[in-house]
Design a protein around this ligand. Structure first.
Ligand SMILES: C[S@@+](CC[C@H](N)C(=O)[O-])C[C@H]1O[C@@H](n2cnc3c(N)ncnc32)[C@H](O)[C@@H]1O
Length: 240
């Protein structure tokens, strides 16, 4: 497949979900699940937390900002928050910024997140703070050290308007084959421009055209072994 900067936009203009196996959200509009059917929490830990080397970096950096494409159920945020809390040492502040065009309802987030009882203390806080009608920028401070900011709308213009910088990115916008808009050269270039020197990204995708877009944007890109059943994933760094 050759989908570079001229990738045709195959993303739908509205979203609908259905539930597989009771608690697994599936987007009928995008034709994709929100996360691994094997274990979305384990996938998040492998791909995004370990792929960005977060445990090691948190121990050295007191203020840490994570950016994400695709907030979805909030699973990545909650699992990252859990790992951040459990990590040893004095960690300072965690700020998580996500970009989401089709925000889910709190009840749907709860239905999905209930699959992980180990997350319930944190997912309950997210679900109870999530607004009925999310719009513009949802800002939630969970305590003095952990804050969430979700930009509602198409990721590209939202990111262009965002003045912040992230230390690590979770690229989680559905499969590139099903949602090429979330992996375009234009968007990957915005991600690069919003990455601090020495910062990183991680994604489950190892698609050649996605890796080329990330390289063309400026990242030094590497392959790593993927989560269960996937041979490869991609990680990368913005040089200092
Ligand atoms: C794979 S899911 C994300 C899963 C999520 N990180 C989680 O923890 O549940 C992909 C998300 O990208 C969102 N999305 C798709 N196209 C988008 C776009 N152009 N801009 C912003 N968000 C988009 C979808 O609505 C969906 O929530």
């Amino acid at each position: 497949m050759n989908q570079g900067s001229d990738a045709s936009d195959n993303s739908p203009s509205e979203n609908t979900i259905e539930w597989h196996a009771g608690d697994m959200p599936y987007s009928t509009a995008f034709g994709d699940h929100y996360y691994s059917r094997t274990d979305g929490r384990a996938e998040c830990a492998h791909v995004f937390v370990n792929g960005n080397d977060l445990l090691q970096r948190w121990s050295k950096q007191r203020r840490f900002t994570i950016g994400e494409l695709g907030f979805g159920t909030g699973l990545n945020f909650v699992e990252t928050w859990r790992q951040w809390q459990a990590a040893p040492g004095n960690k300072g502040n965690l700020h998580f910024v996500s970009f989401e065009r089709f925000p889910l309802k709190a009840a749907d987030m709860a239905r999905a997140l209930d699959a992980w009882p180990t997350l319930s203390a944190l997912s309950d806080q997210l679900v109870s703070a999530w607004p009925d009608q999310p719009s513009q920028i949802v800002r939630i401070a969970f305590d003095e050290n952990v804050s969430l900011e979700v930009h509602i709308g198409d990721a590209l213009p939202s990111l262009q308007a965002w003045s912040g910088m992230a230390d690590a990115w979770f690229l989680d916008g559905f499969s590139p084959a099903r949602n090429s808009q979330m992996w375009s050269l234009e968007l990957m270039s915005e991600i690069y421009q919003h990455t601090n020197a020495g910062g990183s990204f991680a994604t489950y995708s190892a698609a050649g055209w996605v890796r080329r877009n990330l390289q063309a944007a400026g990242f030094i890109v590497e392959k790593r072994p993927g989560h269960t059943g996937k041979r490869d994933m991609s990680i990368g760094r913005r040089a200092r």
